[in-house]
Design a binder for this molecule. Structure first.
Ligand code: UDP
Ligand code: MG
Length: 324
């Protein structure tokens, strides 16, 4: 019997959790030869999420949970789940049923075929706000141009991984996490399962446009220094152009004498260069802020409560947790 841990990050999912557990457990019960454990991560929810998880845990032995001291974000939730998981295989899935549990048997077939990871990929974005789809398509194109890792269009976090891959993912302990990139960066052989996007029927998305924008910037800056090189290249290009312009102006002045100074030209140059300088400082700032946050070496999450008794190394994060 292989053990499979199903990691479910939850933030304010009280409305959907029972339905999620019913549907998912029904499907996994049909799969022979595997033991399934659920690891729910309560990411500092403000509703009754933790109460529902605890109720489930008191009824079913295979329900584990970690409750965070505050909201640390889905990335931290997935990391915590992987860190506390012990199964030979690990599945990560959302609580809102947008990741169809019916794919679990197909995913398991994939790992049985010998794949290290079987991941789900949306083939459409039905029901999503057009502006979000547009922004997302642009991000994928930009990220694939700027970074060495190739993100797959429509790839979601819903996947099964074997223990070797999970351990590899855990070696990347950066605090600014971008799991979509990390899953690609670690390599391993992957199989993609296409699926039709499922609209969220209960609750609301936890992503605001601002948080998605920050996520996209983090995604690019954590896997590529190309923006820094572009800034250098652009600076070099502008210096060459400026030098040529200076030469032309000097020659014109020597040949035709001094004309009335160009007010418009000066203003354009000042504004243009001002914009470029601000932008370049912004790009530098992004990297410096990443360095700053990483050097603090703060824990990725702080567990307030868990029913998982993990043997072996006690990490910095787990020292903050209180087993009960
Ligand atoms: N989530 C989380 N912490 C957060 C935001 C979201 O654990 O700060 C969980 C959420 O409960 C859900 C999953 O991450 O299970 C995906 O979130 P959501 O459905 O809001 O994202 P979307 O599907 O819109 O990308
Ligand atoms: Mg969702």
């Amino acid at each position: 019997m292989h053990n499979i841990d199903i990691i479910v990050p939850c933030y304010n999912e009280a409305e959907v959790l029972n339905i999620f557990y019913d549907k998912t457990s029904k499907i996994v019960k049909e799969i022979n030869g595997y033991n399934f454990n659920f690891i729910f991560i309560d990411d500092g929810s403000k509703d009754d999420t933790i109460k529902i998880i605890k109720d489930l845990a008191s009824s079913y032995e295979n329900i584990k949970y970690i409750s965070f001291s505050r909201n640390f974000g889905k990335e931290a939730g997935m990391y915590a789940g992987l860190k506390y998981s012990t199964g030979e295989y690990v599945i990560i899935m959302d609580a809102d049923l947008q990741h169809p549990p019916s794919l679990i048997p197909i995913m398991i077939e994939g790992v049985e075929e010998g794949y290290d990871c079987v991941a789900a990929k949306r083939i459409n974005r039905k029901g999503e706000a057009p502006i979000r789809s547009l922004f997302s398509n642009f991000f994928y194109k930009l990220s694939n141009k700027l970074t060495d890792i190739k993100l797959v269009q429509g790839a979601v976090d819903y996947r099964i991984m074997n223990r070797t891959m999970v351990d590899a993912v855990l070696t990347l302990s950066e605090s600014q996490r971008f799991s979509k990139g990390i899953f690609e960066w670690v390599g391993f052989n992957k199989k993609w399962i296409p699926y039709e996007n499922v609209e969220r029927t209960v609750g609301t998305t936890k992503w605001s446009f601002k948080s998605l924008f920050k996520y996209a910037i983090d995604g690019i800056t954590s896997f590529s220094v190309t923006p820094l090189k572009l800034v250098t290249g652009f600076g070099f290009f502008i210096s060459i152009m400026a030098f040529i312009y200076i030469l032309i102006t000097l020659i014109q002045t020597l040949v035709f004498g001094i004309k009335v100074p160009g007010y418009v030209t000066t203003l354009c140059a000042v504004l243009f260069l001002g914009g470029i300088i601000e932008f370049s400082i912004g790009v530098l700032g992004e990297y410096i802020s990443n360095i700053y946050m990483e050097t603090k070496n703060r824990p990725i999450f702080i567990a307030r409560e868990t029913n998982i008794c993990k043997k072996g190394n006690i990490s910095k994060n787990e020292q903050n947790s209180k087993n009960n």
